[in-house]
Design a protein around this ligand. Structure first.
Ligand code: RIB
Ligand code: CA
Length: 314
């Protein structure tokens, strides 16, 4: 039984790898892709998305560009991590597809109206598009199976000591999502910092051979450069964990928590605050991933690259 999904992201090296996994995974049915600013400008992440879908031979999948800015705060980008283009490193094919007219929220709403079964939303960037969808189309919430997101961190942040990048880019959007009442699966830094690819794993990917494997290995090596400079032994490949939470939840250890989003605060804006001891008096609203079988995670992504390479060759 395949799980229908809409991918929303800010590619971004790890978003790109998450999308390779999503398209290769036998258990997923990708209905559409939408873009948001974050790792780079919206224009860059959208151009990158067009190139990634072209690379994957997925030019038939509807793609739409998302919100031009966060709901309230000023836009923020991360060229130090992903480069000026947002996907620096290997050369990619020029796009063979363009975005749908109407934008991300209109595409998401159309796909939700048309689907026979509820669809999972899988955002791996700021939550702006998802928040706008929930505000503009509350009548479509029954068609959303849930939201499996990469973002947040109960125990720490990365862009500030308290906040993870995706949540910090648009805290108000995150608050709308976490207060939506929809089933939430959160792949935050608690788990994604353990989802590390080591240099020997890069070599496993490259050894598959072919253009896709070369590009994914180059993406991993580029993504590792930033992290190596700050003392990492590997590259924390954050975004694919949001996919794995749907396709292979057995490799994750999770905890159901009531999670709130700090939208103000001098030091903690963008924090995802987990209620470990029930002191907020609220039931859990989020399944938070806290641990992962790292080897199994690496194996899944290596196999996804090999599987998609076979498909492209057939
Ligand atoms: O904090 C990591 C997250 O921010 C990942 O989704 C990465 O792609 C960036 O968007
Ligand atoms: Ca991302």
């Amino acid at each position: 039984m395949s799980i229908p999904v809409i991918l929303d992201g800010d590619p971004g090296h790890d978003d790109a790898i998450a999308w390779v996994l999503a398209f290769a995974a036998k258990g997923l049915d990708v209905r559409g892709v939408t873009t948001v600013g974050g790792n780079s400008s919206l224009a860059n992440t959208t151009y990158n998305a067009r190139r990634i879908l072209t690379l994957l031979g997925a030019t038939d999948i509807p793609l739409a560009q998302g919100a031009t800015r966060p709901l309230v705060v000023e836009p923020m980008i991360a060229p130090s991590v992903h480069g000026e283009s947002g996907l620096d490193g290997p050369a990619l094919p020029e796009p063979e597809m363009d975005v749908q007219p109407g934008g991300a929220v209109e595409l998401m709403a159309r796909l939700l109206r048309e689907t026979a079964e509820p669809i999972w939303l899988v955002p791996t960037g700021a939550l702006t598009n998802v928040a706008i969808l929930l505000l503009a189309h509350p009548e479509l919430k029954p068609k959303i199976a849930g939201i499996s997101l990469m973002g947040g961190g109960i125990q720490s942040g990365n862009w500030t000591p308290a906040a993870e990048f995706n949540i910090l880019v648009d805290p108000q959007a995150a608050q709308i999502v976490f207060e939506s009442g929809l089933p939430l699966r959160m792949a935050g830094l608690d788990v994604t910092e353990k989802a590390c690819f080591l240099p020997q794993d890069f070599d496993r990917v490259r050894a598959i051979g072919g253009q896709l494997a070369e590009i994914v290995a180059d993406w991993l090596e580029f993504f590792f450069e930033f992290h190596r400079e700050i003392g990492y032994e590997g590259a924390p490949v954050h975004d694919p964990v949001a996919i794995v939470a749907l396709t292979n939840p057995e490799i994750l250890q999770t905890r159901d928590l009531y999670v709130q989003i700090e939208t103000a605060g001098q030091y903690a804006c963008g924090a995802t605050i987990g209620d470990w001891y029930g002191s907020a008096g609220q039931p859990p609203n989020t399944q938070v991933a806290m641990g992962i079988d790292r080897q199994a995670y690496v194996d899944l992504i290596v196999e996804a690259v090999a599987e998609h390479t076979r498909r492209l060759a057939s």
